[in-house]
Structures are given as structure tokens and as C-alpha cells.
Design a protein around this ligand. Structure first.
Ligand code: 13P
Ligand code: SF4
Length: 305
């Protein structure tokens, strides 16, 4: 049952010919009013399909909304809370990439979509957690500068013959860094039959103990399609909220209850309503940077087909 505020938002959304896109880490009340919920790649692809809407309310972090803008520079893209930034995306500057390119002129630059628009402009191609290996394998170069997540870089390096050079040193997601081997051992004692699924942003030791290492979208599909009835899931807590809402016949447990991405939670129903009423806060990416990044985003979408 929707609350009065949720109903008001849906009415306003129709009046404004708007669409609400939300990442899988959004809280339950926002998941319930979103037109589309997805992982980073699914949201990028969705952003290429929005042709008939005047306003896009993006409930996610800055790099996701910026990518939607890069793909739709003429559309009004708004984010309910302008402080919703991904700290990892801010760990790699365009200057650091240029420096690394000087040291490795024969390397291709693959950037995780969790990066600044100005950094994306320096990339040959982007990737997300669901297509990183495929993207790397699609390139002719044998040497790859890969940033900013060192764990995703390692995840790819373990599955390819190419040389993967992580940039910058220590690039990480503080939420996924919270998980340790002991958490898996502890949870597995509580739920011995559960399948263990973790995100590639987790540390390598954690990945090694998992049955599957998948993007948030991949985790949902795994729970849907697996023969197992129980799952221990190592990612942000509200992905498990989504799984338990949509697949209640199976039991999914968070690896840690306090794995919370604080900036994802800055969006609230009140702020979504405000975005629809005031068309704030508009996302803009510098024209030159948007043009340069567009080719790297499009190449990734092409490779993912
Ligand atoms: P996904 O693309 O797997 O949803 O990951 C996004 C993210 O920010 C993970 O922390
Ligand atoms: Fe960024 Fe980590 Fe939050 Fe994902 S969970 S948006 S990588 S801080």
C-alpha cells in the first residue's frame, strides 16, 4: 500500500511527464515509486531509451546522473539531493590518468563508470561491475590502465592474460571494504545451506570465499535463477531489500547489516517530490567533457550488447 506522499509523487510525475530512475541501493520507499530500478549498466542503457519524457528524476549518486546527462545532454536530469556523491568516483583525477598514460603510453584506459565525468573524458572505454572483463577482453591492447576501484581491477586481472595496472593506488569503495572473511564464516555458520554472492568491489579474500562475484543486477538474476533457497549477499543493504521484495519465496540475508552507502540514502520521498515540483537539482556536465566522455560510454554500451 502506497502512502499519501508516494501517491502525490506519482500524480506529480504524470503531470510533469517525468520518469523516476533509481539505483538498486535506494531505500524501499523510493524503490516503490521508481519507474525503473537497476544496476549501473542497466541505468546507462535505460538512459539511452528515454525519448518521450520531459524530466528525469535520478535517484542515485552523482556519476550515475552525470552518465545519464552525457547520454541525454538536451534532457532535464535532476537529482533529489545534490550532495549524493560516490566517494570512490572522486578518488581518481584526470591529472592522475594523464600521468599514468605518460608512464604507460602503450596502455588502453578502462574506467569504471564510478568515476568523475572529467576522468571519463580521458578514458578509451568505460565499464561497470557487470561487464568489466568483457570490456577489457574487447580491446586490442595487452596493457590496461584500470581505475578507480582496485578490487574490481584485481577481479578482472585474475580472469585475463592482459596486464592490468590499477589506478590510483588504493582506490576503493568504503562500503564494500567493510566485509571481511570472518563475516562470511560467521554468516555461513548461521545459514550453512546459503549460496554466497558478493560484489566485485569487495576485497579479494572475500571474493575468494564466495560462490559468485556479481554486479547488483547479476545478484538479482542469480537469486531468481538459482536452485538454492537461501543466499548470503555481500553488498549494500538495500539491494537485499529489493531482492526480498521481489523474490519473497527465497531467503536472502545481508552479509553485514551496516553496509550502508550513506550518500545513496540522502534521497528521500520529500526530496523526490521537491525535484518534481522545482526541477532541482539540475545535472550539467561541461560540453567539451561531455562530448569526450560520450564516446567511452557508447563504446561500453556497444560491447555489452
Ligand atoms: P552495480 O553497477 O553493481 O549496481 O554497482 C554500483 C555501485 O556503486 C556498487 O557500489
Ligand atoms: Fe560509491 Fe560504494 Fe556507494 Fe557504490 S556503494 S555508490 S561505490 S560509495
Amino acid at each position: 500500500m502506497l502512502t499519501d506522499l508516494q501517491k502525490e509523487i506519482l500524480k506529480l510525475k504524470d503531470e510533469k511527464n517525468a520518469i523516476i530512475l533509481a539505483h538498486n541501493y535506494q531505500p524501499k520507499e523510493i524503490q516503490e515509486i521508481a519507474d525503473f530500478l537497476g544496476d549501473s549498466l542497466e541505468l546507462c542503457i535505460k538512459a539511452t531509451e528515454i525519448t518521450d519524457k520531459d524530466l528525469v528524476v535520478f535517484c542515485g549518486v552523482d556519476f550515475m546522473a552525470e552518465t545519464a546527462f552525457i547520454l541525454n545532454p538536451k534532457k532535464k536530469i535532476v537529482i533529489p539531493d545534490k550532495e549524493a556523491e560516490c566517494p570512490m568516483a572522486h578518488m581518481l583525477t584526470p591529472e592522475q590518468i594523464k600521468e599514468a598514460k605518460k608512464r604507460h603510453p602503450d596502455a588502453a584506459v578502462v574506467l569504471y563508470v564510478n568515476s568523475l565525468a572529467s576522468a571519463k573524458a580521458e578514458a578509451d572505454i568505460l565499464c561497470t561491475s557487470s561487464n568489466a572483463l568483457k570490456v577489457v577482453e574487447s580491446l586490442k591492447e595487452d596493457k590496461i590502465l584500470f581505475g578507480p576501484d582496485n578490487n574490481l581491477a584485481r577481479f578482472v586481472a585474475n580472469q585475463t592474460d592482459k596486464e592490468i595496472i590499477p589506478i590510483p593506488e588504493g582506490g576503493h569503495c568504503y562500503v564494500h571494504k567493510m566485509f571481511h572473511e570472518g563475516d562470511i564464516i560467521f554468516k555461513k555458520e548461521e545459514h550453512p545451506d546459503a549460496e554466497i554472492i558478493v560484489h566485485p568491489e569487495c576485497n579479494e579474500e572475500v571474493q575468494k570465499l564466495a560462490d559468485y562475484v556479481l554486479s547488483t543486477g547479476g545478484m538479482i538474476n542469480q537469486v531468481k535463477n538459482s536452485k538454492s533457497k537461501e543466499f548470503i549477499i555481500g553488498t549494500e543493504i538495500d539491494l537485499i531489500t529489493r531482492i526480498n521484495r521481489e523474490i519473497p519465496e527465497k531467503k536472502s540475508y545481508p552479509l553485514l547489516n551496516d553496509a550502508i552507502c550513506k550518500t545513496m540514502k540522502l534521497h528521500t520521498l520529500e526530496k523526490v517530490k521537491n525535484s518534481l515540483e522545482t526541477e532541482e537539482y539540475r545535472i550539467f556536465v561541461d560540453e567539451e567533457i561531455a562530448k569526450k566522455s560520450l564516446s567511452a560510454v557508447k563504446k561500453m554500451i556497444e560491447v555489452s550488447k
